[in-house]
Design a protein around this ligand. Structure first.
Ligand code: AVJ
Ligand code: FE
Length: 453
């Protein structure tokens, strides 16, 4: 995504807006109106809210801010302001019904495409490099992932289908189990990526000690060993807050897992099947990920460690956009964009490996890190405080790397996601904890606050 020239930017903007809308239409078109207005979980909005919210944000930022147009329906703005109404309350609001929400989204989009035709992408900071347009394409895709999570929470017959990912490559089982990420300084964050969001900025130097990292995500098989070994019943592996939550919420296995016969089955997008052993584990909260890591004799990586492993190229001595280099994601490098409805087996995507040989850092599953959501030194909220700044603090834990449901436009080595440590509905996993016992200099471990320090 390094476009030059106005025409190239126009094409880039248009294609990203169209791709996002096709996905929104898929997610909102494969179920009936009842399922669009129903709340499938108190954690999530009704899907029809996401649809009109996406359109409303597009109208606010592109038609009003950039285009200087008058509001189309100012009376509906408060309904779709995420800060006015928590998700649990949204079903009780006088929301636009499905047909009207679709018409509103369609109307906004038509006017936006007219604006793109005439735009020069120079002048204000908001339009330079088409930032606001990229932000809105990313926003729609982020809500598409949210809608995918809602689909997974929804009870009932399968509505979505996609081909499975390719089988694991022949060398997946013979990879070294872990590799050394060398210690030293590296550049974290970015000041140059044109569509990077405020919390990814600015680029700054961070020093991490050397550490070992698994070459693949944690598999269902490995996680099932933790369960079989009594991991959920042993407070030794859990932090006090984690143990308290495990007791209260009666956690015994990842969300969607159920014992059947001698093994485990799980339900995904309306289909129940045996848990596939080689697939990366998902739907564990930060407390479970942390406990798993402790049981394995490890800990979760800090956010800085994760980003160094994913971006730093020791040969060139610099941080790159992705584990494989600076080129955009392609289907042979990463499982992104809801092309499949599941992560690929551990050891997949050799073309997407990092310089040290770590696979699947980008795509497949979000990875919980040990770090809190903190601003980088020199952070400034832009273009709105409610994207990142209001969430900074120790309440949220950082997720990195993106899952199979993350679109390429939202995917890069600097992208930062966050959620509460008790959340399990997201497509997240404990990949890949360093092994402190193998560290070259255990005393030199970074403090857990190293990220963004
Ligand atoms: C970055 C995924 C935490 O969904 O709450 C969507 C993204 N921000 N609309 C969220 C977002 C505003 C955000 N996350
Ligand atoms: Fe939003």
């Amino acid at each position: 995504m390094t476009p030059t020239g106005t025409e190239a930017l126009r094409d880039l903007v248009a294609s990203n807006l169209v791709t996002a809308r096709e996905r929104t239409e898929l997610l909102t078109g494969c179920i009936d109106d009842g399922d669009l207005v129903r709340q499938h979980s108190p954690l999530m909005s009704p899907l029809v809210w996401d649809l009109a919210h996406v359109a409303n944000q597009e109208e606010l930022w592109l038609l009003r801010e950039v285009g200087g147009r008058e509001p189309m329906h100012p009376e509906i703005d408060p309904l779709y302001d995420a800060f006015e109404h928590p998700r649990a309350e949204r079903p009780t609001l006088p929301l636009l019904p499905p047909a009207e929400a679709r018409a509103y989204a369609h109307e906004v989009r038509g006017r936006v495409l007219d604006l793109v035709e005439a735009a020069a992408f120079t002048g204000s900071r908001l339009v330079t490099g088409a930032f606001a347009f990229g932000m809105i394409a990313q926003h729609e895709q982020q809500h598409d992932e949210t809608m995918l999570i809602t689909h997974q929470l929804r009870k009932g017959a399968r509505a979505l289908t996609a081909p499975p990912p390719p089988a694991a490559p022949a060398d997946a089982l013979s990879l070294p189990s872990e590799v050394l990420i060398p210690g030293g300084p590296f550049t974290m964050g970015t000041s140059t990526e044109p569509w990077a969001l405020d919390n990814e900025r600015p680029a700054h130097q961070v020093t991490v000690a050397g550490f070992y990292l698994d070459t693949t995500p944690v598999t269902n098989a490995a996680y099932a060993e933790f369960i079989a070994d009594g991991g959920y019943d042993d407070p030794r592996w859990w932090s006090p807050a984690g143990w308290d939550h495990r007791q209260r919420a009666r956690l015994t296995a990842p969300l969607y897992w159920r014992r059947e016969g001698g093994g485990w089955v799980r339900t995904r997008f309306g289909v129940t099947e045996p848990v596939p052993p080689a697939e990366p584990v998902m739907h564990v909260c930060w407390h479970e990920a942390t406990a798993y890591a402790a049981w394995a004799g490890r800990r979760l990586p800090t956010e800085a460690e994760w980003e160094k492993a994913a971006r730093y190229d020791p040969a060139a001595g610099r941080s790159r956009r992705f584990p494989w280099g600076d080129e955009d994601p392609t289907p042979d490098r990463a499982n992104l964009g809801q092309r499949h409805l599941q992560p690929a087996p551990a050891g997949s995507y050799p073309q997407g490996a990092s310089p040290a040989g770590v696979r699947q850092l980008i795509g497949d599953v979000w990875e919980w890190t040990a770090s809190d959501f903190l601003p980088y030194p020199g952070f400034t909220a832009w273009p709105y405080r409610e994207y990142s700044e209001v969430f900074f603090g120790s309440e949220y834990k950082m997720l990195r790397g993106g899952a199979f449901g993350v679109a390429p436009v939202v995917s890069r080595g600097t992208f930062r996601n966050w959620d509460y440590p008790i959340r399990r509905q997201i497509f997240a996993a404990p990949h890949p904890p360093p092994r402190p016992s193998l560290l070259p200099r255990p005393s030199a471990l970074p403090p857990s606050s190293a990220a963004g320090a």
